[in-house]
Design a protein around this ligand. Sequence first.
Ligand SMILES: C[S@@+](CC[C@H](N)C(=O)[O-])C[C@H]1O[C@@H](n2cnc3c(N)ncnc32)[C@H](O)[C@@H]1O
Length: 437
Amino acid sequence: MRSSQSLENQNQASKEDNLRLSIEKLVYGGYGLARHRDKVVLVRFSAPRELVDAEILQDKKDYAEAVVRNVVLPSSSRREAPCPYFGICGGCQLQHIDYNAQVESKESVLLETLRKIGGIENAPLEESIQSGQEFGYRVRVQFKVKNGRLGFFRWDEHEVVDIDHCPVAHPRINELIGPLRECAQHIRELQEIHVTYSPTEDKFLVKFVTPTEVDRDFLNNLKEDCLPADVVGVGDYSRLRTILNRRFWIGKEYLFMNTGRWKYRVSADSFFQVNWTLWDRFITAVSDVEPFRKGIDLYCGVGFFTIPLSERGNFIEGSDSSPSAVNDAEYNAKLNNRDNVVFMRADAYRHLKSRGGEVLDLVVVDPPRSGLEKNELELLVKNKPERIIYVSCNPSTLARDLKSLIKNGYRLEKVRLVDMFPQTYHIESVSYLRVQE
Ligand SMILES: C[S@@+](CC[C@H](N)C(=O)[O-])C[C@H]1O[C@@H](n2cnc3c(N)ncnc32)[C@H](O)[C@@H]1O
C-alpha cells in the first residue's frame, strides 16, 4: 500500500515519501512507536530512542504503520542483523537490536500491557529467564514451500523467502535444509515441512503437509534416498486451517527430549516447548513451588510441568485435549517414576468442572494464545484454588485474564518473562497468583 496523503503532507523534515520520526520505545509486535502530530506511527525494524526516515505503508484512522528506510541517528542498542534474510523474512522482527535490549523491551511491553489491559499498576516483575543462546535455540521449525521456494513467509506479502539457513533454528536443523529441498522437488503441491529435532537423541521427525495424499511407497523411498538416517520418522499430513491431519506415518513416531533430571517422550503430534536452551530453567520457574496437597495442570501437554511439579505435591492431575500429548504424558509419568500423577484427555473446562467442589491448592494453566475461555475463568474463580500459576504466550490475553482473576479475589505475587523466542516479538511469561486472605 502507498503512503498516506495526510501524513505525507505534514512531513517537513525528510525526503519525499519518507517521514522523519523519533522512536520512543518498542511495542508489542516488535514495532517502534513514534508520534507524528497526534497520530501514533508503528515503525517496523526500528529501535528504541533513534531517529529514522520511515515510509508509511498504511494510514489508518487511529494509527499508521511504517517501515524504516534510513536510520538517521541510530539507537545505542542497534546492531547489524546477523541473518542475511532479516528485513525480508517475516520470521524475526528484532535481530537489529542487541539481545539484552530485546529482553528489556519485552519486559517493558509486558508491564505496559498488564497496566493498560489488565489495570495492574507496577506489576511485580522479577528477574527474566533469558534464552541460553540467542541463536540456534529452536528445535521445532515449520518451513513453508511455494513455487519451488523453501523458507518462511515474507513479512509484507504471502510469498515464501527461499533460505539456505535460519540462524534461530538449531544448527542440526540447518544441516537438514538441503536434503529437505531435494525432497520438496519430488512432492507435488507440497505446502509445508515441519521438523522436530531432539538434541538428546540427535534425531529428527519430519511432517510433509500437502493438499492431496502422497503415495506411501513413494514417501518411503524418498525418506531412504533423500534424507539422512537421523530422520527416523516421516508423515504425510493435510492442513485444515490451523489443524494438521495425519494421513499416514512411516518409521518412529516419537523422540525423547531430556532436560536436567527429566525425560520426556514427545510424539510427532504432541506439543513441546521450542527453545531447548531454557527448558530446565522454565521447568524450575513453574515447579519450584511451596508444597501442595492436590494440584491440577490444565493444558499439560506431555507433562512438561506436571511431572516435575508432582515432586512438590501429594497428588497432581494433568489434562490436555490432545490424545497424543496425553498418551505421552502417561508414558512420561512412568518413565520418570512418578506414581502420584494422573493424566486425562479432557479440555480444560471439562476437567475444571469435574473437580467443582474439591479443595485445590494449586492450578497451573498454560493455554494457547487466545488465553482462558470465559467459562474456564468462571469455574476457576468459583473453585478458588489457593494458588494459580499462569503460563502465557500472549501478554494481551494474559492481562485480560489476570484482570478477571484479581477482580475475583486473587493477588498477583510476581511475574517473570521467559524469553522463549529471541529475535522475535513473542512474549512468554509466568504469573504467580494467590487468593487473598
Ligand atoms: C502452550 S501448550 C502447553 C503444553 C505444556 N504445558 C507444555 O509446557 O509443554 C498448550 C496445550 O494446550 C492443549 N490445548 C489446547 N486447547 C485446549 C483446551 N481447550 N483444553 C485442554 N487443552 C488444550 C494443546 O494440545 C497443547 O498441548
